[in-house]
Design a binder for this molecule. Structure first.
Ligand SMILES: [Zn+2]
Length: 275
């Protein structure tokens, strides 16, 4: 039944004149990386121009240092929500959680910085590493400093984080390692302080250009918990930003307009308001 209601709703939306206008709606991009290696070839003005051309009004930018954030804030009209990319700085993408004094080191990075970081990440972590002391220290620090952590990891990592730190705010990258709607729904309902970034999930959400039924119903059930992102982890993805973002818009446009607006930018702006 949902299926047929959905189809008729979609048919109705497609006949309405404002449906086309939603293509220009603003975006909060919840998953950008900007690092010195990329910045050398894709400069501040390239980023600023790319974001402006795609109506990106605000964005989480994960960077390992002050300087790139400061230059980006000065050179771009997009509001930058900075996340400190610690594992890149430590040179440990997958085993940062085994750095013995991780908590102290990250606290020192924050103290010595002139940027008002709003979050930490992205952190890649597998289920087997969830008991490592560095992860515990990271959760302690995030709670103490009121920072959101971007985690790219297994479901067991999220369960462990909330078992020990119920107040921590997590952004689960790519809707988790196993982005199946029933699993995603279960995690959203059990962990109210966790939200989801949907970067890298366009093929799953919109196979063949038709939004998947289970994802469609999940977005309608929890419209306030999702954000979109392009995940610019390489220079190529910065260069392809418009195409990748258009692949996301292609399924946003199949949602009811209020749900699409929530996921496209309202959720990000509510969760990370201007200071
Ligand atoms: Zn990423």
């Amino acid at each position: 039944m949902y299926h047929s209601i959905r189809r008729s709703l979609l048919a109705l939306l497609l006949t309405l004149p404002f449906a086309a206008a939603s293509a220009a709606s603003p975006i909060f991009d919840a998953h950008l990386h900007y690092r010195p290696a990329e910045a050398a070839h894709f400069g501040i003005s390239d980023v600023a121009r790319t974001l402006a051309a795609n109506q990106v009004r605000s964005a989480i930018v994960m960077a390992p240092e002050d300087d790139l954030i400061r230059r980006l804030k000065a050179g771009s009209d997009t509001r930058i929500v900075p996340f400190l990319e610690v594992s890149q700085r430590l040179g440990k993408k997958m085993d940062w959680m085994h750095v013995e004094d991780l908590g102290d080191r990250v606290a020192r990075m924050l103290d010595e910085s002139n940027v008002k970081w709003r979050g930490l990440g992205e952190f890649h972590i597998l289920a087997d590493d969830r008991f490592a002391p560095g992860f515990e220290q990271l959760l302690d620090l995030a709670v103490a400093r009121d920072l959101t952590i971007m985690i790219h990891g297994d479901p067991a990592v999220i369960d462990h984080a909330y078992a020990t730190h119920p107040e921590v705010r997590i952004l689960w990258a790519h809707a988790g390692s196993y982005a199946y709607p029933p699993l995603v729904q279960d995690y959203l309902e059990r962990h109210p302080r966790m939200n989801m970034d949907l970067s890298m999930r366009n093929p799953r959400i919109n196979p063949g250009g038709q939004i998947d039924d289970a994802w469609f119903e999940l977005f309608l059930a929890h419209p306030d918990r999702f954000m979109i992102g392009v995940d610019t982890f390489t220079r190529t993805r910065w260069e392809q930003y418009t195409r990748l973002k258009d692949e996301t818009r292609a399924w946003l446009e199949q949602l009811p307009e209020d749900v699409a607006r929530a996921i496209a930018f309202e959720n990000g702006e509510r969760l990370f308001p201007a200071p």
